[in-house]
Design a binder for this molecule. Structure first.
Ligand code: 13P
Length: 250
């Protein structure tokens, strides 16, 4: 069975004190679902977040990004071994905000994917179309090319370490969610794309998350769709009660 996963992408929010407060609020919530829970604080708060959660073990702390190089003159960057050295085992790659504001391309993402896998890290790989693509009926082509260009050089075995996250750009932070049907249709298309290249076993084993304005009041309907295996949550992950209402929507 595929894993259910709910991951909170905190983006550039929460300083140290706020991180500690939110984690202690999260620890007071009770999990009634079988979903794996992850949070992605900023780099500066990964270590304290890891320390604050490791004993209980319910919440995995993951990184929002990393560089592909092993070491070197890349001012401001963080690599896989730095993340691993503080206990981080999973990294989000390819978020649309990274693509839009920091020029992340399919090529650079393919390198990041390789670097993460070479370091035995798990990847939450994000992709999704922009509004103009959907208006033009081009969303499947965009998504297919984002997946193929960054991932299809991999062997089938790599997909044990990959979680996919479909995040239509027009639904991120806008309050406008893809309808459960739109999410399901795209997730089924993604699975079909994987099956064509790697076969049904791989396609049916990869968790595909939906992200984009998931809230407590719409999570159940979206997670109820057969090819939606969880969510990547932005705004609603910054409030412990809302986040756990989403975790418990499974
Ligand atoms: P929102 O839930 O705020 O729309 O953000 C989604 C997202 O970008 C998660 O990575």
């Amino acid at each position: 069975m595929r894993k259910h996963i709910v991951a909170g992408n905190w983006k550039m929010n929460n300083d140290l004190a706020q991180t500690q407060t939110l984690i202690s609020e999260l620890k007071k919530q009770s999990k009634t679902s079988n979903a794996e829970v992850m949070i992605a604080p900023s780099y500066t708060n990964l270590w304290p977040a890891f320390q604050a959660t490791r004993e209980e073990g319910e919440i995995e702390v993951v990184a929002q990004n990393m560089h592909f190089a092993e070491n070197g003159a890349y001012t401001g960057e963080v690599n896989a071994s730095m993340l691993k050295s503080i206990g981080i085992k999973t990294v989000i790659l390819g978020h649309s905000e990274r693509r839009a504001y920091y020029n992340e391309t399919d090529d650079s993402l393919a390198k990041k994917v390789d670097a993460a896998l070479a370091n035995d890290m798990r990847i939450i790989f994000c992709f999704g179309e922009e509004l103009q693509d959907r208006k033009a009926g081009n969303e499947e082509n965009i998504v297919e090319s984002q997946i193929k260009n960054a991932l299809f050089h991999l062997d089938a075995s790599a997909f044990k370490h990959i979680i996919l996250a479909y995040e239509p750009v027009w639904a991120i932070g806008t309050g406008e969610t893809a309808s459960p049907e739109q999410a399901q249709n795209m997730h089924a298309f993604i699975r079909k794309t994987l099956a064509t290249k790697y076969g049904d076993d791989v396609a049916n084993s990869v968790s595909i998350l939906y992200g984009g304005s998931v809230k407590p009041n719409n999570a159940k309907e979206i997670f109820g769709k057969p090819d939606v295996d969880g969510g990547l949550i932005g705004g609603a992950s910054l409030k412990a009660e809302d986040f756990y209402a989403i975790v418990n929507a499974f």
